[in-house]
Design a protein around this ligand. Structure first.
Ligand code: PLP
Length: 442
């Protein structure tokens, strides 16, 4: 490699980047080198306001002292402990602390390393639970159109975003999907939960009629669908889903990978919406994005159903080498301390009125066809460029980056999910930058 190439930045050939337009990126790289509070710093020394908490995960903002020192200390004290047939104290301490935050009843915690692994763990738990209690025919899993549940085979099977499924063949059987809840004709520009659409939950009855409840293990939904473009559940929808699941003995799984840890104004969206699932998946904000970690929360009774047979035998044949990794546990404990000290798990509730007011002021700007919000989540849907879906939103993403703001786009929807430490001045800047970019966009 010549000296010239070295000073121009890292070689970029070898790294096949995830969920990235690789060729576009490598022609015009966007490299982050540092981060603090609400800001990233790029390789040119520019400050970039973080409008998406990294990737819906850095809920307490970047470079938080308690988390940093917890990780540093842990690395020097206990770098690894095997999680099978062994334990370490912080894993138990973390599980107890988490169980105190979850909705009543969800008091058993199983650790994973990502949202995708949490989803696959919850799906396996649901099927195995029915089998252990003598209903082994309940193996079918129900997802929802436009759902996102990570990228492992279980997650893409129940997921409902076609681009994440269409390339990956025939292992997606044994699942079905209820319809999505997006209803722009009745609900566009809703502030908070849309008024119309509780009846979309009745679509589950259609699938029960088709497959019979005795074949269905679980239904999985995101309480707020994020990756598909921010879809807020209609008023009464999740309650109705809960009722239908109860009626038919179907487990309800909430995928709270993005909504968990304060995003909607309570620790979990289950609390915001007043509906308790049987299993709940989390990741991201669990460690403030600092060390990979996920978890599944299970109802006591689901856990207890497995606790049968001879005591020397393993009850649930599942787990990861890095389940409850010491570094992740330390990071999570530092994260929970930070959330508690700064009241961050309820801060989205305090900020949401101002955030909503600013976000909805984008109504009427060029290309905007809908605005949606809940807590500190915002979606701004644009009309696509004719024949070129996703291109207009992507050009706005690039424009904002040039102006020092990181946003996220999916299809033609712009998603915002800033760190929960956000102040009004940051909200103003996000909206001003976005407004200017919309006005410049083709
Ligand atoms: N579930 C939901 C709802 C998500 O939004 C995501 C990621 O964005 C995942 C699962 C997958 O998480 P991970 O990328 O950590 O595997």
């Amino acid at each position: 490699m010549s000296e010239d190439t070295k000073t121009a930045g890292p070689a970029m050939d070898a790294y096949w980047m995830p969920f990235t337009a690789n060729r576009q990126f490598k022609k015009s790289p966007r490299l982050l080198t540092r981060a603090d509070g609400m800001y990233f710093v790029d390789d040119k020394g520019r400050q970039v306001l973080d409008g998406i908490a990294g990737l819906w995960c850095v809920n307490a903002g970047h470079n938080r002292p308690r988390i940093v020192s917890a990780i540093q200390q842990q690395a020097a004290e206990l770098d690894f402990a095997p999680p099978f047939q062994m334990g370490h104290p912080k894993a138990f301490e973390l599980a107890e602390r988490l169980a105190a935050l979850t909705p009543a009843g969800l008091n058993k915690v199983f650790f994973t390393n990502s949202g995708s692994e949490s989803v696959d763990t919850a799906l396996k738990m649901a099927i195995a639970y029915h089998r252990v209690r003598g209903e082994g025919a309940r193996t079918r899993l129900i997802g929802r159109e436009r759902g996102y549940h990570g990228v492992n085979f279980g997650g893409i099977s129940v997921g409902g975003m076609v681009a994440n499924r269409k390339m990956f063949g025939t292992m997606l059987g044994g699942v079905d999907h209820i319809r999505h809840t997006h209803d722009p004709v009745r609900n566009s520009y809703s502030v908070g939960q849309p008024a119309h659409g509780a009846e979309f939950a009745d679509d589950l009855e259609r699938l029960v009629a088709l497959h019979d409840a005795s074949t269905i293990a679980a239904v999985i939904v995101e309480p707020v669908a994020g990756s598909t473009g921010v879809l807020i559940p209609p008023q009464g929808y999740l309650q109705r889903l809960r009722e239908i699941c109860d009626k038919h003995g179907i487990l309800l799984i909430f995928d709270e990978v993005i909504t968990g840890f304060g995003r909607t104004g309570h620790p979990f969206a289950a609390q915001t919406f007043g509906v308790t699932p049987d299993l709940m998946t989390v990741a991201k904000g669990l460690t403030n994005g600092c060390v990979p970690m996920g978890a599944v929360f299970a109802k006591q009774q689901i856990h207890d159903t497995f606790m049968n047979g001879p005591e020397h035998l393993i009850e649930f044949f599942h787990g990861y080498t890095y389940s409850a990794h010491p570094l992740a546990c330390a990071a999570a404990l530092g994260t929970l301390d930070t959330y508690a000290e700064e009241g961050l798990l309820t801060r989205a509730g305090e900020m949401q009125a101002y955030f909503a007011e600013c976000l909805h002021s984008l109504k009427g700007e060029p290309h905007v066809i809908d605005v949606r919000n809940i807590g500190l989540v915002g979606g701004v849907e644009l009309s696509p460029l004719p024949g070129e879906p996703a291109k207009r939103a992507f050009s706005i993403f690039l424009d904002c980056w040039e102006q020092g703001l990181l946003i996220r786009t999916t299809g033609d929807t712009i998603a915002l999910s800033p760190p929960l430490i956000i102040e009004r001045s940051h909200i103003d800047r996000i909206i001003d930058t976005l407004r200017a970019a919309l006005r410049r966009a083709a």
